[in-house]
Every structure is written in structure tokens, then in C-alpha cells.
Design a protein around this ligand. Structure first.
Ligand code: SF4
Length: 366
């Protein structure tokens, strides 16, 4: 596969689609004989793929059966869910436990993995060692919205390959620069984007949008540029994509890409758009370096309060959240342990969306 190539397969049946895509990509020619292969899906939360949050297990099953048929037997699945969620629970709920048992494939919870230090993009990073132990890494992100970075796809999916303490530190560093640096430290050999029904409102799912395609390539920056374009964003407006490009991870300009559609007649739909609900709801929030799980739960809670007609009572910029509030104090409401100096505040690291909703309902500003 040439680095500027983007392969696209359309449809609704993930098993058929992945078989067609892998045959077009000629996956077996990309891996050295007998090489070990790591599959890195997005299992950020324990929710089934049809919620729009996680990678469809049928895609991973199709990759495993393809590889086994071509004689590749050393296959592992690796992931670390977001802060506050249990990867093993996500493996079970998302259908990966079943896959592991059926095909005798090892599941690796990266939250419990040993870590190594790497220098990348001007930063010192702590990454999970398993990612570096495989000969060939296949990144399997979901194309979906993110409440802090707008888009999450190929580059940001690699954040599952660092321990929780490093995830927190990434947020304290503003997220974009460390995500780009991480992609320079862990560049997958192949990325296959699950764009079947990603959630274009919230990262944690619940609002899936049928997009009916799988997208593959070896340049994760180019894939993110294409993913951004597909949902109406400019890649240059998403800082981590631009920074990764400047670090030499890949190309950002789609003009140089070669698009190969394996079944163009099956293409349905276009003009997918982010809902930008997060952006509107975030007007109530004064956020400083919050973790995705914490901030995502807050945005979700605000969404539910709005549905109940309870949002208007919350003044703009009144809710405090994030690591930037540690050691400070004043008038709340604050969300999460980092805001314990504020009154009132909600305990938790992170608190759940349900807890946040109940808390905000109960505080005086409502
Ligand atoms: S309280 Fe929230 S922002 Fe603070 S460390 Fe925990 S998850 Fe992150």
C-alpha cells in the first residue's frame, strides 16, 4: 500500500465489507511472514458498537479470520478504556471476550501493562510497552465526535495506549500537542476506520449516524484529514492533526491522496455533519484541563437536563471542571475531585453523567 492511498468500502454488513477491504489492501503482503499482529480497537466505554461509541467486533472478527486464513497466528487485541471505565468490562460488553474465546486470541488490558518512556515531538511520554512488542499494529478507530477536540479518529485512538495517569497528564498539557507527539511515537502500520455509524454528537455514544463505510490507509494524518472532511470540518482547524503533520507523521493535504473505492456503486449518503451540541452545551462550563471522561459526562448530563427543560437556570460559564482547579477554591458548582475547594462540588474521579445530572439539579442555581 502506498502512503497516499485511501481505500474505502461501502455497505452495511461489516463482515463482508472488511473481507473486501482487506483483499483490496492485500494485508498479507504488508506483514512479514510469522509476524505478530496487534489490533487496537476503540473501546473507550463499555457500550455496544451500535451506540456509535466503539469499534464493531465483526470488523475485528473479519480481520482475525482473514489473518488466520493467510497463516498469521500471533494476534492480540489491546486496549485501555478511558479514565473511570473498566477495559475488561468493555471487552465483555462490546463482544471482544467472545471473539477472544472463539479464536483463542489474547485480550490485553493496557491499563495493567508495563510502560516505557519515549521522547517524541519535544515531549517525554509514557506509553504501554505491549504496543511496541508487536511487529504490525492495526489501529481500528471509530469516526466520531469528541467534546474537546471535535473529531476523534485515527490519531486520537492511540490515547488508549497510555496509562491512566498519562491520560490525565495529556489533558493537563492541553491534549493536542501530546496527541500529536504520541502519534509520532506510535505510528500504526495500518489504520482501518470504522465509519459504519459513529456518534457525531458525543464520544460516548447514544446518537449513532449511519455512514456505511470502512476506510483504510497507512497514513493516520491523511486518514484524519479525510475523516474531518467527511463530516464537514477542516483538518487544519483541528490542532493535533496539524501538529502531527508538522512532526512528519503524515500528510494533511487531501489533494495528494489517491482514493480507491472498492465498491463505489454501493455508496449511500454524504454530507455527514457534526451536531456541535457539545459546543453549545459547553457555554455553561468553565473548563480547565479536564479529562475526557469527566468532561464528556458533564456534557452528557447537560444534554439530559436540556431535554428536561432544566438547563436555562444554569448561568453561562458557571460550572467548574478540570485539573486546572486543583488547589483553588471559591464558588461552585464544581464537578469532580479536582474542584474540591469549590462549594458546592461533586465528588468523583470522574463522576458519572447520572451523578452530575442529579447534582446539578440539586444545587441552588437550578
Ligand atoms: S476529577 Fe475529573 S478532571 Fe479531575 S482528574 Fe478526575 S477525571 Fe480528571
Amino acid at each position: 500500500m502506498k502512503k497516499n492511498q485511501i481505500f474505502i468500502t461501502y455497505g452495511e454488513d461489516p463482515r463482508l465489507m472488511i473481507e473486501q477491504l482487506l483483499a483490496a489492501v492485500k494485508l498479507e503482503e504488508m506483514i512479514k511472514p510469522g509476524g505478530s499482529i496487534g489490533l487496537k480497537p476503540n473501546l473507550v466505554v463499555g457500550k455496544p458498537a451500535d451506540s456509535g461509541a466503539t469499534t464493531h467486533p465483526e470488523i475485528v472478527e473479519g480481520i482475525i479470520t482473514y489473518l488466520l486464513a493467510k497463516g498469521f497466528k500471533k494476534i492480540v487485541i489491546m486496549e485501555g478504556s478511558w479514565i473511570g471505565d473498566d477495559t475488561k468490562r468493555a471487552f465483555a460488553i462490546c463482544g471482544y471476550q467472545r471473539l477472544a474465546e472463539k479464536y483463542n486470541v489474547e485480550l490485553i488490558d493496557l491499563k495493567g501493562d508495563q510502560t516505557i518512556k519515549v521522547e517524541s515531538g519535544g515531549l517525554s511520554l509514557e506509553i504501554c510497552s505491549q504496543v511496541k512488542k508487536v511487529d504490525f499494529l492495526i489501529n481500528l478507530p471509530v469516526l466520531k465526535a469528541h467534546c474537546q477536540t471535535e473529531l476523534t479518529c485515527a490519531l486520537k485512538n492511540l490515547k488508549g495506549c497510555i496509562p491512566d495517569r498519562e491520560k490525565r497528564r495529556f489533558h493537563s498539557m492541553g491534549l493536542h500537542k501530546p496527541i500529536a507527539a504520541l502519534s509520532a511515537a506510535i505510528t500504526p502500520h495500518l489504520t482501518i476506520v470504522d465509519a459504519l455509524c459513529g456518534d457525531l454528537t458525543f464520544e460516548e455514544g447514544g446518537n449513532p449516524v449511519p455512514m456505511g463505510r470502512l476506510i483504510a490507509g497507512s497514513d493516520p494524518v491523511l486518514l484524519d484529514a479525510y475523516a474531518a472532511d467527511l463530516i464537514g470540518l477542516k483538518a487544519t482547524d483541528i490542532p493535533y492533526i496539524s501538529i502531527a503533520h508538522h512532526l512528519g507523521v503524515g500528510e494533511i493535504d487531501l489533494a495528494g491522496a489517491e482514493f480507491i473505492e472498492t465498491n463505489p456503486d454501493d455508496r449511500k449518503g454524504s454530507g455527514f455533519r457534526l451536531s456541535h451540541r457539545s459546543r453549545t452545551l459547553s457555554l455553561k462550563v468553565d473548563e480547565r484541563q479536564s479529562c475526557s471522561a469527566c468532561y464528556g459526562s458533564l456534557i452528557h448530563a447537560l444534554h439530559r437536563l436540556e431535554e428536561e427543560g432544566s438547563l436555562n437556570g444554569i448561568p453561562a460559564k458557571s460550572i467548574k471542571i478540570g485539573q486546572g482547579y486543583k488547589g483553588e477554591g471559591g464558588k461552585g458548582p464544581g464537578i469532580g475531585n479536582c474542584t474540591k475547594g469549590y462549594t458546592p462540588y461533586l465528588k468523583g474521579c470522574p463522576p458519572t453523567a447520572r451523578q452530575i445530572k442529579e447534582f446539578l439539579r440539586s444545587v441552588e442555581l437550578l
